[in-house]
Design a protein. Structure first.
Length: 86
């Protein structure tokens, strides 16, 4: 349930901020669950969100209260999302 909810949140974010005029150092911060980080579509979801946000910086935060079942996979996907941003 959390992954579809996160994807819906991404849509709402884009809908809300797409026409905002923001300073150069403006960013959007989004909490990501470990379950979404482990999902095969995570990288695509983040790339799509970044593309749609244009020049607005995206900051990802790992939800702390969620149990990380596969720490190595979560770390790998998180690192891949960071590398794609550079």
């Amino acid at each position: 349930m959390i992954i579809p909810l996160s994807r819906h949140l991404f849509e709402l974010i884009v809908h809300d901020v797409i026409n905002w005029t923001v300073p150069d150092d403006f960013y959007i911060s989004v909490n990501i669950s470990p379950a979404h980080l482990m999902d095969d579509g995570f990288i695509q979801d983040i790339e799509a969100l970044r593309t749609r946000l244009g020049t607005i910086t995206l900051m990802l935060e790992l939800t702390e209260r969620s149990l990380i079942v596969e720490p190595s996979q979560v770390a790998e996907n998180f690192q891949r999302s960071v590398k794609k941003a550079c």
